[in-house]
Ligand binder design. Structure first.
Ligand SMILES: NC(=O)c1ccc[n+]([C@@H]2O[C@H](COP(=O)([O-])OP(=O)(O)OC[C@H]3O[C@@H](n4cnc5c(N)ncnc54)[C@H](O)[C@@H]3O)[C@@H](O)[C@H]2O)c1
Length: 253
């Protein structure tokens, strides 16, 4: 698999899964633009990719903000000549103590659902000008099933991402843009997670995973890179779980 000569804008790539994805895509030959609100962390990731021989740059992007998306897409396309794809990954956790907090519901929808919508809206025309490419958005197992300890706004927002991507798979097929979703399972806790970092809760969460362990960011990044690559040239509109079997099987012991 290669991404040589391609350019990807990756939201939320200053840490966690986005960082891992940026590192992998750069190692496969891509130029990666790290779009995040954490400017210092984004810079640290870009400098580390460059010192490993890769190509990376940063752009301040708050995914809720439409002008930020316009500027980030323009930056990526003009810096590297053309935009090949988007990875819509930025997010905040649903695992907070008050899973019925209304203000947090609005934040979840704004970052995950509005953020992914805006990313698709503004990257698709630039990718079309390149002659086609890929959009990958990061959902969650919580976008497929309601989950104990998870704010239901997170469930709703992650489910919205699955349908945004399917709509995009149809809307932009004429421009040779494929749109797909990746569904990570239980991963290392997000920066904003409170309850999933609880050492007492984690073994209980992992009982729901046939493989019996937490997923690793590089394991999910592989799926994102594959869907973003020409190796996936006829894959459009899918939801790819990378969840150790969580969505496939229920154990009763
Ligand atoms: N970690 C998990 O357990 C898990 C499981 C399933 C899905 N996911 C999803 O994977 C994606 C990445 O999560 P992660 O585990 O790497 O978490 P993380 O907290 O390490 O990374 C999230 C990144 O998004 C950025 N971000 C947050 N709000 C933003 C905004 N408004 N604009 C731009 N950037 C913003 C953060 O600064 C951070 O760099 C998220 O969409 C998350 O919902 C995570």
């Amino acid at each position: 698999m290669t991404l040589k000569g391609k350019t990807f804008l990756i939201s939320g790539a200053a840490s966690g899964l986005g960082e891992s994805t940026a590192r992998l895509m750069a190692s496969l030959g891509a130029n990666v633009v790290i779009g995040d609100i954490l400017d210092n962390e984004a810079l640290r990731v870009a400098e580390s990719i460059i010192s490993d021989g890769g190509s990376a740059s940063t752009f301040h992007l708050d995914v809720r903000n439409e002008p930020d998306w316009i500027d980030a897409v323009n930056f990526a396309a003009s810096r590297y000549g053309a935009l090949s794809g988007l990875v819509s990954n930025a997010g905040i956790s649903g695992m907070i103590p008050d899973v019925m907090d209304t203000e947090y519901f609005d934040r979840l929808l704004a970052i995950h659902a509005r953020g992914t919508f805006l990313g698709i809206k503004h990257s698709a025309p630039a990718i079309a000008r390149t002659g086609g490419g890929s959009i990958v958005a990061i959902s969650s197992i919580a976008g497929r099933v309601g989950t104990e300890h998870v704010h239901m706004g997170y469930n709703a927002a992650k489910a919205a991402i699955l349908l945004l991507v399917k709509s995009a798979a149809g809307y932009y097929a004429k421009d040779n843009i494929r749109s797909n979703a990746v569904i990570p399972g239980w991963m290392p806790p997000m920066r904003t997670s409170v309850s999933s970092a609880d050492p007492e809760l984690r073994p209980k969460l992992l009982k729901s995973v046939p493989l019996g362990r937490t997923g690793l960011f590089p394991e999910v990044a592989e799926a994102v890179a594959f869907l973003s690559s020409d190796a996936a040239s006829y894959i459009n509109g899918v939801e790819l779980p990378v969840d150790g079997g969580f969505l496939a099987y229920r154990a009763f012991s």
